[in-house]
Write a protein that binds this ligand. Structure first.
Ligand SMILES: NC(=O)c1ccc[n+]([C@@H]2O[C@H](COP(=O)([O-])OP(=O)(O)OC[C@H]3O[C@@H](n4cnc5c(N)ncnc54)[C@H](O)[C@@H]3O)[C@@H](O)[C@H]2O)c1
Ligand SMILES: [Zn+2]
Ligand SMILES: [Zn+2]
Length: 361
């Protein structure tokens, strides 16, 4: 049996998204059908719509979701109808060369549903990040559905499924922020502010927030920024250095995805410091750096895929931090909207009016 439900589809490069009738199959072996309760609007959804991820239109957007298991396919253990889950875009396979080396947080062959969701005419949909959760129901690999404490409201919990985990993990997992570190975060949207929250929880002594929008900087303070820098008024590299005794930060997190902010992050580090790139660039972007600076500054230049998270380990942990009042997930929820409002939410994101608009179903 299959289910016809409403879902938000990006039909072509730059075209406004539309709510369409989509067909979602019942779960086959190893799959889970999830009734979506809430799904955040992430900048990556907009990257998909703009064709900057790949050209596999039409996309079923949405990938920051919490919901309830509706049904599971054959051979699925540890998951039952009614379970409250956050959907992950990483479900380690256990057998790729990275998993076999004990590094499942990089899994190179992450699992997704094998059956396709389609438009009513049978056209195959590409679910954003293998999820596609701006829809009443979505089909995922069972390993993508991670059980968490149902006391966490879905609007907040869903955000752990992408932006919050990506930012938090960029600081804590990839950047390895430790007690006493100085940290700078360039770009304080949902992802950057989650990095600020992660660095704060990890015990950073100084957390410097950089953005071009004063509203974002106000929010950054709420998540733990000790200092804020408006990059339209002050050179961020000079400002970060001035705030760190002239040295630069131990860890600088780039959460915009542009060459100029990457360059700032590179030069705003202390010697032997770490740069973490979590912002997703457009495929046309390039960067040029003097090799002597690459060598002479030492340290590490890292990319963070999904905060190098292990969803089964990290999602319940972040939800527990939320429920105990130490991680302000509610602070990321700027507004709740309906499925019909995603296009307008993209515009609000671009105007910098929101950290996260969250679709509630
Ligand atoms: N690596 C991952 O696994 C992962 C996961 C989720 C999202 N992302 C990416 O992270 C990035 C941020 O996502 P988001 O949802 O927070 O987006 P967002 O649009 O909410 O935030 C981007 C922020 O950058 C700021 N900004 C823009 N230009 C700037 C500049 N020159 N200097 C300083 N700040 C500037 C904006 O004002 C905004 O606050 C996106 O590229 C997104 O695709 C990566
Ligand atoms: Zn693997
Ligand atoms: Zn995302």
């Amino acid at each position: 049996m299959s289910h016809t439900v409403r879902g938000v589809v990006a039909a072509g490069k730059g075209a406004p998204v539309r709510v369409e009738q989509i067909v979602v199959p019942d779960p086959g072996p190893g799959e889970a059908l999830v009734r979506v309760k809430a799904c955040g609007v992430c900048h990556t959804d907009l990257h998909y719509r703009e064709g900057s991820i790949n050209d596999n239109f039409p996309f079923l957007l949405g990938h920051e979701a919490a919901g309830l298991i509706e049904a599971v396919g054959d051979g699925v253990d540890g998951l039952a109808p009614g379970d409250y889950v956050i959907i992950a875009w990483r479900a380690p396979c256990g057998t790729c060369r990275s998993c076999r080396r004990g590094r499942p947080w990089y899994c190179f062959d992450s699992r997704n549903a094998t059956q396709a969701m389609t438009l009513a005419d049978g056209t195959r949909l590409s679910p954003a990040l293998g999820i596609g959760a701006f829809a009443e129901l979505t089909l995922v690999a069972a390993g993508q559905a991670v059980k968490v404490d149902p006391a966490a409201r879905p609007e907040a919990a869903g955000l752990v499924g992408c932006g919050v985990m990506a930012g938090f993990g960029a600081a804590v997992n990839t950047g390895g922020v430790q007690r006493g570190d100085s940290v700078a975060v360039i770009g304080c949207g949902g992802v950057g502010n989650a990095a600020i929250a992660g660095a704060t929880i990890a015990g950073a002594r100084k957390v410097i927030a950089v953005d071009v929008d004063p509203r974002k900087l106000e929010w950054a303070r709420r998540f733990g920024a000790t200092d804020v820098v408006n990059a339209t008024e002050t050179d961020p590299v000079e400002a970060i250095k001035a705030l760190t005794g002239g040295n630069g930060a131990d860890v600088v997190i780039e959460a915009v995805g542009r060459p100029e902010t990457y360059r700032q992050a590179f030069f705003a580090r202390d010697l032997a410091g770490t740069l973490v790139q979590v912002g997703v660039p457009d495929p046309s972007m390039t960067i040029e750096l003097p090799m002597i600076e690459l060598f002479g500054r030492g340290g590490a230049l890292k990319s963070s895929w999904y905060g190098d998270c292990l969803p089964s380990r990290d999602f319940p942990l972040l939800i527990d931090l939320y429920l105990s009042g130490r991680l302000d997930l509610d602070g990321f929820v700027s507004e709740t909207i309906g499925l019909d409002d995603v296009e307008e939410a993209f515009a609000r994101m671009q105007r910098g009016e929101v950290l996260r608009s969250v679709v509630v179903l």
